[in-house]
Design a protein around this ligand. Structure first.
Ligand code: 3HC
Length: 303
């Protein structure tokens, strides 16, 4: 008999999820929309600042469903049904009003996330779960100014969302048992491996990964070429470290190390080279051909 994950509250407290709102329509948000629609089969509404971003998010979900159809993984009926369940809005008040689970995956900054939740709280019911896919920020602080901080919970996925099995569920200082039970039931319905995690900088996985990446950055900043560092890891890990950093995105990787260095300055290293890459708004270390972007290479070499 499957056991309840350690620390998870009684599943009888879980509330049903019949509609999902997603704030953001970028890399993580659109992958979340695909996962939620496939596994929960309920209406999923993506929202973002402008129509172009929203359309791009919805188009991603449609394209991924078409790929699954082409691979023979889902039927035409199912693809059509799932496509019809996904929509996108710029103005979320009406579309989110009857959502019972809203997850945000917007820019990794406390002020931005707080204002997103404050906006959402104005339109949803008092029991709607407000989940955050933050990779490093405090859940307790994010909930602090809300009218109902007890419905805020961390719901941290890993990239690529469709493939990575783990879901960190983070209990903030105010998170109540019904919210936590709903989060665990939802994680199970999404077919993820759920673990209960304490609210601390970067939680578990990113804290451990951040320590590793700090050392990787030191090696690169000391002059070892990226290809050599990545080459050293081929066959050792599923993905070499700089390739992984490119998948996650340099900005997220930098933010994670900054959060950790802020909390544990003696243990984490913020790379000036990575700061330069992020300041130049590079989405990846690698160009469209998969080779190291020469501009990034120059930024990494600069003393
Ligand atoms: N999106 C969706 N599916 C993807 C994908 C993507 N970006 N990349 C790969 N896949 C799927 C493929 O379609 C394939 O599925 P199939 O077998 O059903 O057709 C399956 O994954 C395996 O893909 P491949 O055979 O092409 O490639 P690999 O065997 O090399 O696996 C990988 C790819 C699973 C991404 C593997 O390289 C890996 O595990 N990498 C490490 C990823 C990781 O550690 N992620 C965590 C990052 S930290 C994070 O996200 C936290 C955040 O807060 C920053």
């Amino acid at each position: 008999r499957a056991k309840r994950p350690a620390g998870a509250p009684d599943k009888k407290l879980a509330r049903p999820v019949t509609k999902v709102g997603i704030v953001g329509a970028g890399l993580m948000a659109s992958q979340l929309a695909l996962l939620f629609v496939r596994r929960l089969e309920v209406p999923v509404v993506l929202s973002d600042l402008d129509q172009e971003r929203v359309d791009k998010g919805v188009a991603y979900v449609h394209a991924e469903l078409d790929k699954l159809l082409a691979k023979g993984r889902i039927s035409q009926d199912r693809a059509n049904r799932h496509k019809a369940l996904v929509s996108g809005v710029v103005e979320k008040s009406e579309a989110f009003a009857d959502a019972d689970f809203v997850i945000e995956a917007v820019f990794e900054e406390m002020g931005v996330k707080k204002s997103v939740f404050a906006d959402v709280e104005k339109v949803v019911s008092a029991e709607c779960v407000l989940a955050t896919n933050t990779s490093s920020l405090s859940i307790t602080e994010m909930a602090a100014d809300l009218e109902h901080p007890e419905r805020v919970v961390g719901f941290h996925f890993f990239n690529p969302v469709a493939v990575m099995p783990l879901l960190e569920i983070i209990q903030g200082g105010a998170t109540d048992d019904a919210t936590l039970a709903t989060a665990f039931a939802t994680g199970k319905a999404l077919k993820k491996t759920t673990i209960l995690v304490q609210d601390s900088p970067s939680f578990i996985v990113n804290r451990l990964l951040g320590r590793f990446m700090s050392e990787v950055s030191k090696v690169v900043d000391a002059g070892t070429p990226i290809e050599v560092v990545d080459g050293a890891f081929s066959g050792v890990a599923p993905m070499p470290p700089l390739t992984l950093m490119a998948l996650v995105g340099p900005a997220i990787a930098l933010h994670n190390t900054e959060t950790l260095a802020g909390a544990f300055p003696e243990r984490f290293y913020v790379s000036p080279a990575l700061e330069r890459v992020v300041a130049a708004r590079k989405p990846s270390y690698f160009g469209p051909d998969g080779a190291l972007d020469p501009e990034v290479a120059a930024m990494l070499e600069k003393p």
